[in-house]
Design a protein around this ligand. Structure first.
Ligand SMILES: C[S@@+](CC[C@H](N)C(=O)[O-])C[C@H]1O[C@@H](n2cnc3c(N)ncnc32)[C@H](O)[C@@H]1O
Length: 247
């Protein structure tokens, strides 16, 4: 089963319409961090909207976006003055690059499902940070069980580039399996011959488990917030927003 939202060029092109910049509270949190950092790596950059915004706002340093989905990166590559790398963290191993800031936004961290994948990705991130570098990312707070509202939250409709209406319905497909939640996005349009169905799975780590994984990579939590307004993390916070650095 493939997460077609990211790999399919037609669906990837709709990603920014379903998640427009103006509706993204996370950008108001991340953008000042990006603008203040001389070099930035956006891992799981998707369509690259954050880095494209930073460049448009005058970031003059190094901006690098990495994503394994060709469809998403095709959208990103429209902006040519940013480095775009097709791949995942393992693509960075041989490059020996260092960044002042590494971010994983849009809950991209939650696509790391297995313990081994989490550990190896965090190890690469730790090795990629400069001595004073920061790794900043968010994961949804499992205690809030946000997936129970995803049908409303992530269903909707947009216009594609031809002006055709494309509808999306999000459906959580099964019981929560440990800390894994599976769901589908079904996209339909009167202009299409058949629906496109994307199958996804995300991992929901709690804060102590997250800290333990960071620790195995030699990273520690420097700051943690429960929402984009930088409010403290509590049991009812929607997000676990983490600023990590080398131990
Ligand atoms: C929900 S999107 C977020 C995109 C972007 N960061 C944003 O804020 O809009 C998750 C992204 O993670 C990417 N992804 C999937 N597996 C990945 C991996 N192993 N490492 C890094 N990114 C991955 C997907 O291709 C997708 O573009």
């Amino acid at each position: 089963m493939v997460d077609k939202v990211f790999t399919d060029t037609r669906l990837a092109a709709l990603y920014d319409s379903f998640s427009p910049e103006g509706a993204r509270d996370d950008f108001r949190f991340y953008l000042p961090l990006v603008m203040a950092a001389p070099s930035v790596l956006d891992l799981g950059c998707g369509t690259g909207a954050l880095l494209r915004r930073a460049r448009a706002d005058g970031h003059g340093g190094r901006l690098c976006g990495v994503d394994p989905a060709p469809g998403m990166l095709e959208v990103a590559r429209a902006q040519e003055d940013i480095e775009w790398v097709l791949g995942d963290a393992s693509s960075l191993c041989s490059r020996g690059d260092r960044f002042d800031l590494v971010v994983m936004t849009g809950h991209a961290f939650q696509v790391l499902l297995g313990d081994d994948e989490l550990r190896s990705t965090l190890a690469v991130i730790a090795a990629t940070l400069t001595d004073t570098g920061r790794f900043v990312f968010e994961t949804r707070n499992p205690l809030v069980r946000e997936w129970e509202t995803w049908h409303q939250r992530y269903s909707g409709e947009v216009l594609d580039e031809t002006g055709a209406v494309v509808r999306c319905v999000c459906h959580v497909t099964g019981p929560v399996d440990g800390d894994l939640v599976s769901f589908t996005h079904t996209f339909t349009s009167d202009q299409w011959t058949e629906p496109e169905i994307s199958y996804s799975k995300l991992r929901f780590l709690d804060a102590p488990t997250l800290a333990a994984f960071l620790s195995t990579a030699g990273l520690v939590v420097a700051e943690q917030f429960g929402d984009w307004d930088r409010s403290p993390l509590t049991a009812t916070s929607p997000e676990i927003i983490t600023v990590a650095c080398r131990a």
